[in-house]
Design a protein around this ligand. Structure first.
Ligand SMILES: NC(=O)C1=CN([C@@H]2O[C@H](COP(=O)(O)OP(=O)(O)OC[C@H]3O[C@@H](n4cnc5c(N)ncnc54)[C@H](O)[C@@H]3O)[C@@H](O)[C@H]2O)[C@@H](O)CC1
Ligand SMILES: [K+]
Length: 491
């Protein structure tokens, strides 16, 4: 499982490992070795400047400088503050450094082919300002390659936000497990290539901390996929009721196609009678029914999932239908207009949530429903899930899925092609398609977000929303084949 540790958990893991008998000095030595290994694997011997801050991140820098120098590399080292100001393992490693300790300044960057950034790591506590900000700018303006230790200095390890200014690294080597800031934007982009190195912290110590933030990979949910059995019947694969718009029909047509490609056994579009021929002609495999029959049809428990929002229109009708669907405690996916319809009265929406419910807001929709929430993306999505009782998908290039029980999955994929009309409708459709087959809500939603991202990444430039459902069969086939030998699951 790809756990992500909070900064507090990382400090706790360090502390417990040291209490278990592995000295901090060894952890720091291991950290320095891991960084040097990453450097040796990527760069030829060259002129290196190691920039050290006043804490243990700087301590790692003294180890890196010593090890590279021992290999004959031309190393300069600059320290923020005085050697006498260093404490603990950083002070110890400063004493082991036999080269010159220069003052940290932009002069160190001149002529450097490689910069090792050890100014601040997990201990970044405030915005970077003044002379240090000037040095960060000088690094970013130079042509030197940059390896950041733990975090690019200036990137907040929890939020991925830039505190004042931040180093733009080519490679970031972190220890034990990644932190949220390695995956949340803009931190993710500033890290460059990410390397997670083992420095001797036992897995058992990490597990005992019960991490509940994960990288969204198949390992998180592959065991929960509901594949049809040999004697599978379409009625075993769920029946989606998709509440389509009267005028805007494209959104639900996209969602419906995605739900079916994701494996839903049956799907009925309910819409204004005038619009039904459009839905029926477009998709011979769907059933259609007048929207007036919605409440009747919900009495049949075989209709085990509802999707409302894409093209629904904002107003009373949508609000009433959403509340009815939620009261029936079926799997519900609420997107777009189904969310915005409650902007004036979100508590009515949250109060109605009973069954497995997924809300898929983008930032704008999120702030309409959860206007008082601030903080980083993980914190906000998690708080929104707790308040609403629903799985929250906070969309973006670093989509976060949060469950009311506190679990969080962060998606990590390069798929800017997904920023296109209809893409969100497709995502909502994939989610309901997986939910009606009986997959648990957090896992189904995380899988849907992953599939959507992979589809966008693999298709690349030229993608339109219609392409995403068509990419699902190949992705699902890969997962299905990998499921035969779970250890080979793609991630
Ligand atoms: N045993 C451990 O705890 C280990 C820690 N390691 C390293 O230790 C790092 C964490 O060390 P620390 O907790 O000392 O934290 P840092 O070294 O990241 O920074 C802490 C220092 O920076 C100062 N500071 C923070 N933000 C500032 C700002 N904006 N402007 C000016 N000064 C600022 C603080 O006052 C403090 O002196 C990790 O990132 C990792 O690189 C590794 O050596 C592995 C083992
Ligand atoms: K750093």
């Amino acid at each position: 499982m790809s756990e992500i540790l909070t900064i507090a958990q990382m400090y706790e893991a360090d502390k417990q490992t040291i209490a278990n008998g592995l000295p901090g000095e060894v952890l720091m030595e291991n950290a320095g070795h891991a960084v040097v290994d990453a450097i040796l694997a990527r760069f030829q011997p060259c002129s290196v400047s190691v920039l050290c801050g006043p804490g243990n991140n700087g301590g790692d820098g003294f180890v890196v400088a010593r090890l590279l120098r021992a290999r004959g590399w031309n190393v300069r080292l600059g320290l923020m503050g005085e050697v006498a100001g260093l404490g603990g393992d950083a002070a110890l490693n400063a004493r082991k450094w036999t080269g010159a300790t220069e003052r940290l300044s932009a002069a160190l960057i001149v002529g450097a082919e490689l910069v090792v950034d050890c100014i601040f790591g997990a201990g970044l506590a405030r915005d970077i300002e003044g002379d240090i900000a000037d040095i960060v700018h000088a690094v970013n303006d130079s042509s030197a390659k940059v390896v950041a230790v733990d975090m690019p200095s200036g990137v907040d390890g929890m939020s991925g936000q830039v505190r004042g200014v931040a180093i733009d690294a080519d490679v970031t080597v972190t220890f034990c497990r990644a932190k949220p800031g390695h995956y949340l934007l803009p931190g993710r982009a500033l890290c460059g290539e990410r390397v997670v190195a083992d420095i001797g912290i036992p897995d058992a110590i990490v597990a005992a901390l019960k991490p509940d933030i994960y990288l969204n990979t198949p390992r998180l949910w592959a065991d929960h996929i509901v594949w049809p059995g040999l004697a599978g019947h379409k009625y075993h694969r769920g029946h989606v009721l998709a509440l389509g718009g009267a005028q805007t029909t494209g959104a639900m047509r996209l969602a419906a196609r995605a739900a079916r490609r994701a494996g839903a056994g049956l799907l009925t579009v309910l819409a204004d009678p005038a619009a039904l021929p459009l839905y029926a002609q477009d998709m011979p495999g769907v059933m259609v029914a007048p929207i007036a029959r919605f409440e009747d049809m919900m009495q049949d428990c075989r209709h085990n999932g509802v999707i409302i929002g894409p093209g629904a229109g904002i107003g009373d009708d949508t609000r009433r239908r959403v509340v009815h669907a939620l009261h029936c405690a079926r799997a519900c996916v609420l997107d777009a207009d189904a969310l915005t319809s409650f902007a004036e009265d979100p508590s009515t929406l949250f109060f109605a949530v009973q069954g497995p419910t997924v809300m898929t807001p983008h930032e704008g929709e999120f702030s309409r429903l959860f206007a008082d929430m601030d903080g980083d993306k993980v914190t906000r999505a998690r708080a929104a899930a707790r308040r609403s009782g629903a799985i929250i998908v906070l969309k973006g290039a670093d989509t976060v899925v949060a469950a009311p029980d506190g679990r969080v999955a962060i998606n990590d994929i390069f798929a800017p092609w997904l920023a296109t009309a209809g893409s969100g409708d497709v995502l909502a459709g994939i989610i309901i398609g997986l939910l009606v087959q009986g997959m648990p809500a957090f896992e189904a939603t995380s899988m849907a977000v992953w599939l959507h991202g992979q589809a966008g990444h693999k298709f690349g430039p030229g993608l339109i929303a219609e392409d995403i459902p068509e990419a699902l069969p190949a992705l699902l086939s890969d997962l299905w084949r990998a499921g035969v030998a779970p250890d080979s699951s793609p991630h």
